[in-house]
Design a protein around this ligand. Sequence first.
Ligand SMILES: [Zn+2]
Length: 45
Amino acid sequence: MSYTTGEKSGKDKYKCTKCREIVVLDDTTDTLHPCLTCDNTEFKK
Ligand SMILES: [Zn+2]
């Protein structure tokens, strides 16, 4: 399953599908933001 920028996908770690950078959401109200490294908008857990 993949996740896109803007989703409130819940507390977890998400891996950028392009550069494999890890984005961490530490609150259930956080929304997934574009990858800080490559600006990609698709992530996987
Ligand atoms: Zn990236």
